[in-house]
Write a new protein. Structure first.
Length: 117
């Protein structure tokens, strides 16, 4: 089995405008994903909206920190799941259950993880 990270992106303003009923439906979608993923789920977390610290080094090797995401974008990274799947096709089929695909302002990115050891 290979490991894949499913990155969840969306527009924070759009998420903030959702009603309680829409949030409940969204939560129900994630519960369905978790139930289907079962033991394939390795990890998953939601990020605190708008909270990030970026570190970059300059030519002299000094490290500089910046509050907030390094790049300004309409779509922000909202969370992730790490799953185990036989192949990318299986990972995609599982990811299609996530409710973010029901909104035009959000989406998913799947990345295979390098296995070491």
């Amino acid at each position: 089995m290979a490991k894949y990270m499913i990155l969840i992106y969306g527009d924070a303003e759009q998420w903030g405008a959702m009603t309680e009923e829409q949030w409940q439906a969204h939560h129900t979608g994630h519960q369905a994903f978790l139930a289907k993923a079962g033991e394939s789920l390795v990890d998953g977390q939601q990020f605190v909206p708008g909270s990030a610290t970026s570190l970059r080094s300059d030519a002299d090797g000094r490290v500089h920190t910046t509050d907030g995401a390094f790049l300004k974008a309409k779509e922000g990274l909202g969370g992730y799941y790490t799953i185990e799947a036989a192949d990318l096709d299986e990972a995609q089929e599982l990811a299609k259950l996530l409710p973010e695909l029901n909104h035009t302002h959000s989406g998913l990115e799947i990345r295979p993880l390098v296995e070491r050891g």
